[in-house]
Write a protein that binds this ligand. Structure first.
Ligand SMILES: Cc1ncc(C[n+]2csc(CCOP(=O)(O)OP(=O)(O)O)c2C)c(N)n1
Ligand code: SF4
Length: 250
């Protein structure tokens, strides 16, 4: 019988621990498909975050390194500089990348480190039980903002793509989502490009994936995908924020 659908080689057989309906699993698959299709599995090293994706070192079948909370871009920098022939990616949540790890993110970007960053923005600290994240929306109810995020006291959400595209150096910055099939297909293309850029030595590529956390948002999986469409995407517009090589070629 013809095989029409199978698991990417870049994923192991370990069952994912994510909550039902969590979109981390879709994003794992897209990263694995990119690695498979570019034929780089034997020379790819991933850097796992601290957050719900902490155990991604069990799920990707390439070599994996676990970084301390937020430090993945610094670890990736060291790996890439020591082993420039390897393809290095980080996989990070918004608490990891945009809060405790903001300095590492900005400095890796402004050095145009030749790494690929997969940034999963679910607007909350998932692993620790739903505290407010730097990306939580104005008015969003979380464990630490029970009356809704009050921008007057805790500030506005950080828009990572907009922030980083204010720097001169980074090669590629795109925001995608995985809330419907059309967006998943666009996300797949963006993630592959972020790896392709590194193979071509172009520099720092970051793909922000607007994701869901049904558990800590207190929603059913379907309602959470609807909320991505109705509330997340309007605040975090999808699209390419930086494509330096394409611009230079114009
Ligand atoms: C140095 C340090 N500070 C704080 C923590 C606690 N901590 C673990 S995960 C996490 C936040 C994770 O949220 P996010 O990065 O958004 O990922 P998600 O779980 O939502 O995928 C925090 C604060 C830690 N492990 N280490
Ligand atoms: S807590 Fe949220 S981000 Fe973490 S696995 Fe569950 S749904 Fe996903």
């Amino acid at each position: 019988m013809a095989v029409v659908f199978s698991k990417p080689k870049a994923l192991t057989d370990a069952p994912l621990h994510y909550c039902p309906g969590c979109t981390h699993g879709i994003i794992h698959r897209l990263v694995a498909e990119a690695i498979d299709s570019l034929g780089i599995l034997d020379r790819t090293v991933g850097v796992a975050p601290v957050g719900c994706a902490v155990m991604s070192y069990d799920y990707f079948s390439c070599d994996m390194v676990e970084a301390a909370h937020g430090r993945a871009p610094a670890v990736a920098t060291g790996l890439k500089r020591a082993m420039p022939d390897r393809i290095i990616f980080t996989y990070q949540g918004d608490g990891d990348l945009a809060s405790i790890g903001m300095a590492e993110t900005v400095h890796a970007a402004t050095r145009n480190e030749n790494i690929t960053v997969i940034f999963v923005n679910n607007a909350i600290y998932g692993m620790t039980g739903g505290q407010m994240a730097p990306t939580s929306l104005p008015g969003q109810v979380t464990q630490t903002s029970p009356y809704g995020r009050d921008v007057k006291t805790v500030g506005y959400p950080i828009k990572v793509c907009e922030l980083l595209s204010g720097l001169d150096a980074p090669e590629y910055i795109e925001r995608v989502a995985v809330n419907n099939v059309k967006n998943v297909m666009k996300a797949k293309k963006a993630i592959k490009k972020a790896f392709q850029n590194q193979i071509e030595g172009k520099g720092f590529s970051l793909i922000e994936v607007v994701s869901s956390c049904p558990t800590n948002w207190g929603m059913t999986p379907q309602k959470a995908l609807d909320w991505v469409e109705s509330d997340m995407i309007p605040y975090y517009p999808l699209g390419v924020y930086r494509d330096k090589s394409a611009k230079e070629a114009e």
